[in-house]
Design a protein around this ligand. Structure first.
Ligand code: SF4
Length: 225
């Protein structure tokens, strides 16, 4: 895909494009008016897009996490594990305190979601994924130094492939599976992980060691000259 300076990577907070999600956001705002309750923007490192070598793609904001705080993976269990892992691997600095105004800063890393608004039961429908996909596609095209993508869960994996106009069947999902892609003429490794949800960790489908191994793989790619 050709790089364009007119690509829109972030929807407005009150993005009107998905009627079901707009209604769900409005319902959440009625119940909890102090929460963020909007399309959650991507989380960038200091220096913004030009510092990003790793893009982490999640599914969608959690109701009591990113939809509450306005920062991806902030305020729920998935964020506890993700940010602890990023800090351990040197991909973040500061302290993660479950608040968007904590001292945590990402390093070489950006976090986004395939669907930017909280969906009922954490399940966006196909039309919503398709409608939100151009923002993910634009994000992937506007990272000049991107070397690796970590997809958290099958839906993030499939949406990333579709955003890149790649055939899903050619790149099956699997924990720690790696696909070597080309984005804007440059090599980028797509590495999968089971989602760092409480369900997956409680059932031991995903252990801390398994999760860390994914980021070890990403770092090998990022540190290649
Ligand atoms: S999910 Fe994406 S496209 Fe749909 S309303 Fe939210 S920001 Fe807009």
């Amino acid at each position: 895909m050709a790089v364009s300076m007119t690509l829109v990577t972030e929807p407005p907070k009150d993005c009107p494009l998905c009627p079901r999600l707009v209604a769900f956001r409005a319902e959440a705002a009625t119940k909890n008016p102090d929460w963020f309750n909007g399309a959650v923007p991507s989380f960038l490192p200091p220096g913004k897009e030009k510092k990003v070598e790793l893009l982490i793609v999640g599914l969608a904001p959690g109701m009591g996490g990113a939809n509450r705080t306005g920062r991806p993976f902030t305020g729920d269990w998935a964020g506890d594990l993700l940010y602890a892992t990023l800090l351990k691997k040197g991909l973040a600095t500061g302290t993660y305190d479950q608040r968007p105004d904590d001292s945590l800063k990402l390093k070489r890393t950006m976090i986004t979601n395939a669907v930017r608004c909280v969906p009922p039961q954490n399940k966006p429908i196909g039309e919503e994924m398709k409608t939100c996909r151009p923002f993910l596609g634009a994000t992937l095209e506007t990272l000049p130094h991107l070397k690796a993508i970590v997809c958290l869960g099958r839906i993030a994996h499939e949406n990333t492939l579709s955003a890149l106009e790649l055939r899903r069947a050619a790149y099956p999902f699997g924990h720690q599976a790696r696909a070597d892609l080309e984005i804007s003429g440059k090599p980028v490794a797509l590495i999968d992980s089971y989602h760092c949800s409480r369900y997956n960790t409680n059932t031991k489908r995903l252990t801390e060691e398994m999760f860390e191994a994914v980021f070890d793989d990403a770092l090998v790619v990022m540190n290649q000259k």
